[in-house]
Design a protein around this ligand. Structure first.
Ligand code: ZN
Length: 309
């Protein structure tokens, strides 16, 4: 049994932040390859109007494919109630709603105030309950560690928002370093406060590697008891409203770190590297990141059977 959950966000966070649109056939091959490597939660798309994000126009088709992969939790990002309705109709297992801790980022990213977003979380939670589908709802507190538009973000506000999201009906609330401002001391402090405030509802860590601290921040979160980590293959990703914020934590490097430490992820590092194939085929002009894929596995590396019980 894996000791933690690596949640792959490349097909959503990654693809929506690059300008090129990945052909659907390559997306489906990529998602299958990620699943084959052992990933058991993948954020496969976001449900937003196609005119805003043409990269996600095939969302329903992508979900349909992902639902055929055994044991996979199929996750989608939804910015509002309308997106949630579409996602539920498509049959996803888990919804992620981004709630910005930064007032400025909230307006820029979803054109809503933070209070408006809380109302959306409440409405979406009600919708999930009425649908009785067992769909889980995550409120991801974005720009929790700082914001390119507003600078520092008040930590009390972050904790207040996370707590308000749970009160509004979300199942879990995690913290996102949307623009790569976080440092390990801050990560420890905020996740400790989050767990003290909302206990079992405390969600995962979504770290970016913009300033090279992605892995250090994940390790800090792990040491605070966090057991769900978002990452994207090849570090694809960023935020359209955060200039220079390219790069989620690289899945390959993150899995390697934990496996080298003896922490089971359920993911096969070698197969992850293979999964870069369909990604590169679908986005040939996009640079991919990652130290492990560049350097290769260490001599004598033997990963314990990723499927070990
Ligand atoms: Zn992100």
């Amino acid at each position: 049994m894996a000791a933690l959950l690596i949640s792959e966000v490349g097909p959503r966070d990654g693809l929506q932040s690059v300008s090129a649109t990945m052909p659907t056939a390559d997306k489906l091959r990529w998602i299958s390859a990620l699943h084959d490597a052992g990933l058991r939660e993948i954020e496969v798309c976001s449900f937003v109007p196609a005119r805003r994000l043409p990269q996600m126009a095939d969302a329903a088709e992508v979900v349909r494919h992902a639902l055929t992969l055994p044991g996979l939790t199929v996750m989608a990002l939804v910015p509002n109630l309308r997106g949630a309705r579409d996602a539920l109709a498509a049959g996803v297992h888990k919804l992620s709603v981004p709630v910005s801790a930064s007032a400025a980022h909230s307006l820029a990213n979803v054109r809503m105030t933070r209070e408006d977003m809380l109302a959306q979380v409440r409405a979406i939670a009600d919708l999930c309950r009425e649908a009785r589908t067992g769909v889980r709802l995550e409120a991801a507190i974005s720009t929790a560690f700082g914001c390119t538009l507003q600078g520092a973000v008040d930590e009390d506000e972050v904790i207040r928002l996370a707590s308000a999201c749970i009160a509004a009906g979300a199942d879990e609330s995690g913290l996102s370093d949307t623009v790569g401002y976080a440092n390990p001391a801050q990560v420890r402090r905020l996740f400790r406060r989050l767990r003290a405030e909302i206990g079992v509802h405390a969600g995962g860590a979504h770290m970016h590697n913009t300033r090279g601290l992605g892995l250090a921040n994940c390790l800090a979160a792990y040491e605070e008891g966090v057991r769900t980590f978002d990452a994207s293959l090849g570090g694809l990703g960023g935020c359209p409203h955060a200039p220079g914020a390219s790069g989620n934590v690289v899945t390959e490097d993150l899995v390697f770190m934990f496996e080298a430490m003896g922490v089971a992820t359920g993911v096969d590092v070698a197969k992850l590297i293979t999964a870069r194939g369909p990604l590169m085929a679908g986005l040939p002009a996009e640079p991919l990141h990652g130290m492990l894929p560049a350097a290769g596995l260490p001599r004598g590396w033997r990963q314990p059977d990723p499927a070990r019980a």
